[in-house]
Design a protein around this ligand. Structure first.
Ligand code: GAR
Length: 211
């Protein structure tokens, strides 16, 4: 059974979607812990109510990113993770931290990467006149919001969309996409190309939802 450690910073709706899919679909995995850098992260409440161990490592308690990441890694490793799952974890990670979890850390980002890494993705997609937007699950590498793409989901950008309406439709897709991607990882069906850049799924087309 694989141990998943999920990192959140706030609402935690992706974490809930993952926990529910894990239970409903009987994954060979368990949520070993939900860890937040914010004590007031709403998602912690769901985890506590559902018997999932939680921890908080408050970034404000540390002098710099290196010290925070070192403390965070220590707490994560206490739960013996097979996979670290970033689910709305809003911290820039140090290269050393990323290296420590190399090949065993996934992230979800609310854009069709490599477009719009960073913040305010939906606003930027609307401002750029994009006709599609979406979300990406990728393997975490030292460069922010880069790394081999595991799966993507697309939605149409409607002429009357605001940042909020677009974000809401993308979030619905995230809740379908992330559990699916994690399940593939747990089942060991993902293949990374020799150059380490591209993730395939045995020729299946389901790496794209929507579109
Ligand atoms: C999600 O939309 C996720 O893609 C985004 O934060 C939201 C978290 O929602 N992550 C990033 O922007 C990371 N760069 P949630 O807490 O309800 O899962």
């Amino acid at each position: 059974m694989k141990n998943l450690v999920i990192l959140i910073s706030g609402r935690g709706s992706n974490m809930v979607a993952i926990a529910e899919a894990c239970a409903a679909e009987g994954w060979d995995a368990r949520i070993a812990a939900v860890i937040s850098n914010r004590i007031d992260a709403q998602g912690l409440v769901y985890a506590q109510r559902n018997g999932i161990p939680t921890a908080v490592v408050n970034h404000r308690d540390f002098e710099d990113r290196e010290a925070f990441d070192a403390a965070l890694a220590q707490v994560i490793d206490g739960f013996e993770p097979d996979l670290v799952v970033l689910a709305g974890f809003m911290r820039i990670l140090t290269p050393g931290f990323v290296q420590h979890y190399s090949g065993r850390m996934l992230n979800i980002h609310p854009s069709l990467l490599p477009a719009f890494p960073g913040l305010h993705t939906h606003r930027r997609a609307i401002e750029a006149g994009c006709k599609v937007a979406g979300t990406t699950v990728h393997v975490v590498t030292p460069e922010l919001d880069h790394g081999p793409i595991v799966a993507q989901a697309v939605v149409q950008v409607r002429p009357d969309d605001t940042e909020d309406t677009l974000a809401a439709r993308v979030l619905v897709m995230e809740h379908r996409l992330y559990p699916r991607a994690l399940r593939w990882w747990i089942e060991g069906v993902l293949e990374v190309t020799v150059d380490g850049r591209v993730v395939h799924l045995g020729g299946e087309p389901q790496q794209l939802i929507g579109g």
